[in-house]
Design a protein around this ligand. Structure first.
Ligand code: FAD
Length: 518
């Protein structure tokens, strides 16, 4: 298959980018692949909202910039922070014009506050902002006849000179597996865009869906593209305990923003002992404080007491949270919610410039799979949807210019070789893949989680090596399946994260190694 632009992933980043291309140039052929259905992504689970300065009487770009820089602990790129904050307002307007709704009070947007923000500036739709955005973008993208949507198709590898034997030093598309038929398809493209989201599944407790296995990062690594800031994994302080149907459900920070209070096993409020901003301190501080309280008490969780929030407000603002708590027989209007920290957001990723271009020509990366410099060592709450909107716009405009430039001939793209591989995998190997995945998740949670030690990182590297060798054998000797692809990527991302963590000699932002403390 040949297309002008291949977009890999259908979250807010991929959809926004593709819609922009569709609007600007209806003659370009764009193909979007998505690992599952178009809806399934981190985006659809976003609850809190998008951080955008909207109330200019109280708030300002400068205040949002300052809050972002403080959260990022001196590691943000100031220029990136400035343009993301300043361009956000226009991008939000565009999103609303495309059909996304946000809660209003009288005629203005209803704004909430989250940890680390000095003003109320989170634009939201109840507690299901991501779902509202995702559904409206999907409705919009289906109106473009030049965009083909391939659901249940998964990136295997990016096509580079390694596969073509050429020396253009570009990316030429991707090999993709059809999840149902399990066939490998070659999709040649002049521009390839990774929007594959994060890799929360590297850890046993994560707020991310099952498809967040770091595939874009793994494929970029194999294409020799540089990865930055991987040790900066944000753990969300408040995930519901226990899991529901095997998935960890997030209790949005907005609950604390509206007055929810964290209490330990003895029913005592503890956050003021750790930080003057108490429950609304940046996420890393809240997550570490909870982890310490859990260690002290020996219990598996702490409590989020929602009694300071008026019942009527809670019901209106947090209907999804209410429903999910009830699934485990907790009524937050009557009883505190048991919560634990869970892997939530990858601040690091594929290094890109201000237009989302990677170092490999023809390859872009947008959204959570990328490292733009916005988040530095810690993301300010609700800045990620904002980053996706701003960078999708910039990347789309840049791609349109690149398409007019000097590219390899059409014939070159037609002649890219097909994928070659074996055609059989045994049941025994399928079971082994599942076991290896679980071992990796446990290892990462234990040794590369909120608190790390230098010794633990060495042990993690050694243990991972065994998982790597088994995975490599399965990959080399068996038919390629979706599960093998995911495991291969998880191993690569885990390896890079461990190696980069070993190199970090200061505790900064979300990163904490006990042995770095002087
Ligand atoms: C529970 C939760 C709550 C959140 N709340 C907020 C919030 O309130 N505000 C905020 O700003 N951020 C929030 N975030 C973070 C934010 O949702 C994500 O950072 C953002 O949605 C990322 O968008 P994306 O388009 O980059 O990736 P995603 O939305 O994750 O989309 C990735 C896409 O890539 C596809 N994909 C993955 N691998 C492959 C592959 N190999 N082949 C093909 N397709 C692939 C997936 O199927 C999916 O379609 C939250 C995240 C979670 C998990």
């Amino acid at each position: 298959m040949i297309t002008d632009i291949l977009v890999i992933g259908s979250g807010i980043s991929g959809l926004t980018y593709a819609i922009k291309i569709g609007e600007q140039n209806p003659d370009l052929r764009l193909t979007m692949i998505s690992k599952n259905n178009l809806l399934e992504s981190n985006t659809r689970y976003a609850q809190g909202g998008i951080a955008v300065v909207s109330n200019f009487k109280k708030d300002s770009f400068d205040k949002h910039i300052q809050d972002t820089l403080i959260a990022g602990a001196g590691k943000c790129d100031k220029e990136v922070v400035r343009f993301v904050v300043e361009e956000g307002h226009e991008r939000l307007q565009e999103l609303m014009n495309w059909g996304a709704h946000f809660d209003k009070k009288k005629n203005s947007l209803h704004l909430t506050k989250e940890g680390g923000h000095s003003e109320k500036r989170i634009v939201h739709y109840k507690d299901r902002t991501g779902l509202e955005i995702q559904e409206s973008l999907i409705r919009k993208i289906k109106t473009f006849p030049n965009i083909s949507l391939l659901e249940n198709h998964t990136l295997v590898d990016l096509i580079t000179d390694h596969h073509t034997g050429s020396n253009h030093q570009r990316c030429y598309g991707a090999y993709v597996i059809s999840n149902l038929e399990q066939e490998i398809i070659r999709i040649s493209s002049k521009i390839t865009v990774l929007t594959t989201g994060g890799a929360g599944q590297l850890f046993s407790h994560t707020t991310n869906p099952e498809n967040a296995t770091g595939d874009g990062l793994g494929a970029a690594y194999r294409a020799k593209v540089f990865m930055k800031a991987l040790p900066f994994v944000q753990f969300h302080p408040t995930a519901l305990y226990p899991k529901i149907d095997g998935n960890t459900f997030l209790i949005s920070e907005a609950v604390r923003g509206e007055g929810g209070i964290l209490k330990n096993a003895n029913g005592e409020r503890f956050m003021p002992n750790y930080d003057p901003q108490a429950e609304l301190a940046p996420r890393d501080i809240v997550a570490r404080s909870i982890a310490k309280e859990i260690l002290k008490s020996g219990e598996d969780y702490v409590y989020l007491d929602c009694s300071p929030i008026k019942a009527e407000d809670f019901i209106n603002q947090f209907p999804t949270i209410l429903d999910n708590c009830k699934k485990i027989s907790i009524n937050p209007l009557e009883k505190p919610i048991p919560v634990i920290p869970a892997a939530h957001y990858f601040c690091g990723g594929i290094e890109v410039n201000a237009y989302s271009e990677t170092k490999l020509n023809g390859l872009y990366a947008i959204g959570e799979c990328s490292y733009t410099g916005l988040h530095g060592a810690n993301r300010l709450a609700s800045n990620s949807l904002l980053e996706s909107l701003v960078f999708s716009h910039r990347a789309a405009l840049n791609s349109l210019t690149e398409m007019k430039g000097n590219l390899p001939s059409n014939r070159f793209y037609q002649e890219i070789p097909e994928w070659e591989g074996t055609h059989h995998i045994s049941n025994e190997k399928i079971v082994a893949i599942g076991q290896l995945k679980k071992s990796l998740q446990k290892l990462m949670a234990k040794k590369v989680g909120i608190f790390k030690t230098s010794e633990g990182l060495i042990q993690a590297e050694n243990e991972l090596k065994k998982i790597f060798l088994e995975t490599r054998d399965i990959y080399m000797q068996n038919k390629l399946t979706l599960e093998v692809c995911e495991l291969r990527n998880m191993v690569s991302v885990a390896y890079l994260m461990i190696k980069q963590s070993q190199e970090l000699k200061e505790n900064i932002g979300v990163f904490y190694n006990h042995d770095n403390v002087a």
